[in-house]
Design a binder for this molecule. Structure first.
Ligand SMILES: N[C@@H](CCC(=O)N[C@@H](CS)C(=O)NCC(=O)O)C(=O)O
Length: 200
């Protein structure tokens, strides 16, 4: 399998962490991809122009990260990261959606901050910040329930928190969120996380 890859993308990191946790990492070749490069050919694999995109051994091309992660989870015999049914499944998917949504808002804020000064919208930036902040507050309330076995929800939350630290190191999300801080300290020590920390 081939993965359109960047070491700074938190969505790509979800896929790589999933591959490591499921023992599939050695079957995936990473294709470095800069989606912001004017000459990028990413649209040939993903019409949305985004990474991650996974080219399977059967030459099917999959996106986005939730689809790729669930596909990888179908390829191994260990404990599933996507619970197969019932409440556990919906909780894991909802947690993944929340973490991915916080990322989407964080990326929105980051891209806005990179626009020329006169073109930035303070209203949009505030909207993005609000979504991130409310999402983190919700996770603080839920953090003590994250101590069960890991799922795609845990991976998405861990990758999201790692990306916030990487892109917004001065935002102290830990200050009023001790339970989430403690959970993250444990989760980010997993080999799948330490070996995939984002770097420029
Ligand atoms: N929902 C997508 C989001 C993917 C995404 O936004 N990737 C970013 C890189 S971090 C990207 O490729 N952005 C390029 C663009 O938005 O044009 C997923 O979960 O895979």
């Amino acid at each position: 399998m081939k993965l359109r890859y960047s070491p700074t993308s938190p969505y790509v990191r979800k896929v790589v962490v999933t591959a490591i946790e499921t023992g599939l990492e050695s079957r995936i070749e990473r294709i470095p991809t800069n989606v912001w490069d004017a000459g990028t050919d990413i649209a040939e694999d993903n019409p949305l122009g985004k990474i991650p995109a996974l080219i399977t051994d059967g030459r099917e091309i999959l996106y986005d990260s939730p689809v790729i992660c669930e596909y990888l989870d179908s390829l191994h015999d260990g404990a599933n990261l996507f619970p197969s049914a019932g409440g556990a499944r919906w909780t894991a998917l909802r947690r993944q959606a929340l973490a991915d949504g916080i990322l989407d808002a964080g990326v929105g804020r980051l891209l806005e901050s990179r626009r020329p000064e006169g073109e930035r919208s303070a209203k949009w930036t505030e909207r993005c910040r609000g979504a991130v902040s409310r999402g983190l507050d919700f996770l603080e309330e839920e953090a003590n329930d994250l101590l069960d076995r890991i799922t795609i929800g845990h991976i998405a939350i861990g990758c999201m928190l790692g990306w916030l630290d990487f892109r917004f190191p001065d935002d102290d999300w830990r200050a009023d969120r001790p339970a989430l801080r403690d959970w993250n300290e444990d989760f980010s020590a997993r080999l799948s996380m330490t070996s995939t920390a984002p770097e420029e």
